[in-house]
Design a protein around this ligand. Structure first.
Ligand code: SF4
Length: 409
């Protein structure tokens, strides 16, 4: 499951030219850069999923898609010339539907075309329940350092309710094989599932901890527009029960040594996801593949790009060097919201100087909103030993993140 980077709020005018309104100054150094690679196919579309993923009714055009990704990357590299890439993330969709040979070819070209750091984190998302597990050793040989598995639940009742193609046994087998193959493994688990009891949600948390992965992501099931679950909602636990599930899951994870560092992210010491941390600290990312998003900083502007969303359109355009279908500068008055929307997901908060480094704006641009949020008890502002101003969401701010972010809109 990829992290959701909401960008719809970026601008109502996608082709906004670089006007005085969008120009920023003071962006002295570009932030760290990550590479996201989108694989847009799944064995079956899950009824709650609003990602850009398509059921592969026919054979996946693996070779053609790899060629398109390489052409896309070649076309994009002048925008990030000379900048080191600190992490790569294969997301989807189900990247593990691709062969190890295909992943190897993509990563070889990433190394040839960009200065990929020698110790870069390279994550690949995998789903249990298909031939995926047979690929794991090949992915590792290709350079993948971290596997993220879409477990969602260890209980067949809820896996069926979610329309997943794997069962409990396959979930366990995939997780165990991943643990035996990779040093770093993330398990994605969901809670507040259709008709889920508190006891069953906690049982999933305990089983995930017992596998001892380096990282766990726990997501609250949400009903996203334009999904079958949104049109015909299943019976879900009420808000109070969901809140208790969340609290008790966090306690179980803490007891097992997982640090809650981001809204949905829990990690063993030193095992946070570098790629996701780059999103939450408003770093740059180049996204290639169907529908992928990019955010790239320059000395006078920060731009966003999207690529053609449908795999067929992407395949057709990427090989002609036309993968990008939309590009715009983030208006400066929206940078405060864009930054805080990401950074306030971090439970430890952020140093206010990071806001200036990443946006090129003075801290006074958000001081009124910070004071307002502090008054409401949603965040704190304090000085640390190095005299840095640390902005930290309170427990209430973490629970009511949307309300907190509204203040910066
Ligand atoms: S496997 Fe993941 S990406 Fe694919 S349809 Fe299901 S939730 Fe969406």
């Amino acid at each position: 499951m990829i992290p959701i980077i909401p960008i719809d709020s970026a601008t109502p005018n996608p082709h906004a030219p670089l006007t005085g309104e969008n120009t920023i100054s003071g962006l002295k150094n570009p932030p760290p850069l990550a590479l996201y690679i989108h694989i847009p196919w799944c064995a079956r579309k899950c009824p709650y999923c609003d990602f850009n993923s398509h059921e592969n009714k026919l054979k996946i055009p693996e070779n053609a898609y790899v060629d398109a990704l390489i052409a896309d990357l070649e076309q994009a590299t002048p925008l990030v010339w000379g900048r080191k890439i600190s992490s790569v993330f294969f997301g989807g969709g189900t990247p593990s539907l691709f062969s190890a040979k295909a992943i190897d070819k993509i990563l070889s070209h990433v190394r040839m075309l960009t200065p990929l750091e020698y110790d870069a984190e390279v994550t690949l998302e995998a789903n249990p329940g298909s031939v995926d597990a047979g690929h794991f050793a090949g992915y590792k040989a290709a350079g993948v350092t971290r596997l993220s598995i879409g477990i969602q639940s260890f209980n067949n009742q809820y896996l069926n309710a979610l329309g997943r193609i794997h069962d409990e046994g396959e979930a366990m087998a995939a997780a165990e094989l991943a643990m035996a193959t990779f040093d770093q493994v993330n398990l994605d688990v969901m809670y507040a599932l259709p008709n889920q009891t508190l006891e069953d949600a906690l049982q999933d948390a305990k089983r995930a901890c017992a596998l001892n992965p380096s990282h766990l992501s726990f997501y609250h099931l949400t009903l996203e527009p334009n999904t079958p679950f949104h049109r015909t909602p299943p019976s879900l636990p009420d808000d109070d029960t969901s809140a208790v599930m969340q609290e008790k899951i966090e306690v179980i994870l803490k007891e097992h040594g997982f640090d809650h560092y981001e809204t949905s992210g829990f990690a063993k010491p030193g095992k946070q996801c570098r790629h996701n941390l780059n999103y939450w600290t408003f770093g740059d990312y180049l996204g290639i593949g169907a529908g992928a998003h990019s955010k790239l900083s320059f000395h006078d502007k920060i731009i966003r790009q999207t690529r053609h969303k449908h795999p067929n359109r992407y395949l057709e355009h990427a090989v002609k060097g036309e993968a990008v279908d939309n590009e715009w500068s983030i208006p400066r008055e929206e940078l405060g919201f864009e930054f805080t929307m990401n950074a306030l997901r971090l439970t430890g908060g952020f140093d206010l100087s990071l806001f200036e480094q990443r946006t090129g704006l003075n801290r006074s641009a958000i001081s009124k909103q910070l004071n307002q949020a502090e008054k409401k008890g949603l965040l704190t502002q304090s000085l640390n030993d190095q005299h840095q101003v640390i902005i930290e969401p309170t427990i209430m701010g973490q629970r009511f993140l949307n309300e907190l972010l509204q203040i910066f809109l």
